[in-house]
Design a protein around this ligand. Sequence first.
Ligand SMILES: Cc1cc2nc3c(=O)[nH]c(=O)nc-3n(C[C@H](O)[C@H](O)[C@H](O)COP(=O)(O)OP(=O)(O)OC[C@H]3O[C@@H](n4cnc5c(N)ncnc54)[C@H](O)[C@@H]3O)c2cc1C
Ligand code: SF4
Ligand code: SF4
Ligand code: SF4
Length: 417
Amino acid sequence: MFYAIFSLRCYITETEMNTGEKMKDYIKIDNLKDCCGCGACVNICPCGAIEMKENEMGFFYPEVDEEKCVGCGQCRKVCVFCEKSVGANGEPLVYAAVTKNKEVLSQSSSGGIFTELAEAVIEKGGAVLGAAWDEDFSLRHICVNDKSNLDKLRGSKYVQSATGDTFKKAEELLKSGQYVCYSGTPCQIAGLKAFLKKGYDNLLTIDLICHGVPSVKMLRDDLAYFAKKKKIDIKDIKFRDKKYGWGVKGSLNGATANVKYNENTSPYYFYFLGGEVYRESCYNCRFPCEGRQGDITLGDYWGIRQELVSKMNGADIENGISCVLVNSDKGKKWLSGIESRLLMCASDRKSVEKRNKQLTGASVPTPEHNRLVKMYKENGYDAFIYGFKKNYKKRAVGFVKSLIPKKIKRKLAQLKG
Ligand SMILES: Cc1cc2nc3c(=O)[nH]c(=O)nc-3n(C[C@H](O)[C@H](O)[C@H](O)COP(=O)(O)OP(=O)(O)OC[C@H]3O[C@@H](n4cnc5c(N)ncnc54)[C@H](O)[C@@H]3O)c2cc1C
Ligand code: SF4
Ligand code: SF4
Ligand code: SF4
């Protein structure tokens, strides 16, 4: 039943018209929920007939140039939101883990496992593809083959990344025999695998636990609001700044000033954490319940139990602990290759799921989401600012909670179970 819904929603034209002329068999998105923007269709088109075009919410969707299209149907077949099965991995092995490298840990969003895996791939002469900021604060996937450039990929950026032509780039490298590590959201990894059509021994895929992504347009609007309000010339964004400890507090850094960036200061961050401004496909995400896409899944081990930490020989919960889901034999091999660089302890999926509901189901759109979409189209970013100010009570509670020391909060959360 679930599969049937997906395949029906993607409207595909393959019928004979009255004239006898055959309509071209290309992908057409009738419902925004049916496209995650992974870019697999763009990468696979042999004619360069597909372009990702921005809609009024700032999300990108494929648009086919009929003149260039030869009707081969490859874009439709590769689509992970249309195809019946995405071939997910089986039950994972689960660990709590953190890097021993304090410098890497301080710059990473959770336990720094991404960097350790990426460095291992580069040490074998490989390349790593992941999300990096552009100068104009758009986010796009890039390819890095030097450890000194890994800082561009490090850290969670809570906005959608454009994959561009990186699926093609990854294929090229894989075919040349190089090791490739591709990291991204589950839908991006599913898109890459669908594009590649076959497995490669030299490919390591890492997906993140993901509840959804807002658009770059929304983020840029927020940055413009901040720049004006705080009179800051923003040069860098950190959604998770470890100087505030392990959590979801970040900073905007300018040439002469830094300001706090979190749910109490930013309408964008407030609505991101509330799950109200995601791409429509995120509310229809098939990946939480269809199994993991990456060889390894990384996330924050929120609510980690003290008894696990005490088995991790000196790990400090305040600096971040990752949950690591090992979903394939290849993932197991790569993780054992970096084991000496980590403090690690076996756990189980249920324990991780307790505070990571994204592992069991997609985000649910709220009435506020529907209001924001309508208002953003009509009034632009003022819709966010208006809602943010109106929700001052919720934010005041958040602010008071933020005054409670982290150690006490974690203790309370653990007691709650
Ligand atoms: C949009 C988003 C939502 C997330 N939601 C959750 C959640 O609900 N629960 C949870 O436990 N963890 C979530 N995570 C994952 C978490 O924030 C960490 O990224 C993860 O634990 C890895 O941390 P790390 O310290 O090993 O590496 P880090 O260095 O912190 O992670 C860097 C990696 O993340 C990738 N990345 C960063 N931003 C993006 C992006 N926008 N799109 C694709 N790839 C990106 C980089 O390419 C790199 O591979 C989310 C991440 C993102 C990007
Ligand atoms: S049907 Fe073929 S040529 Fe036409 S847009 Fe799709 S992939 Fe490109
Ligand atoms: S392949 Fe990806 S970008 Fe293309 S239509 Fe399907 S979900 Fe959208
Ligand atoms: S929630 Fe699902 S559709 Fe949205 S970005 Fe994450 S993996 Fe992709």
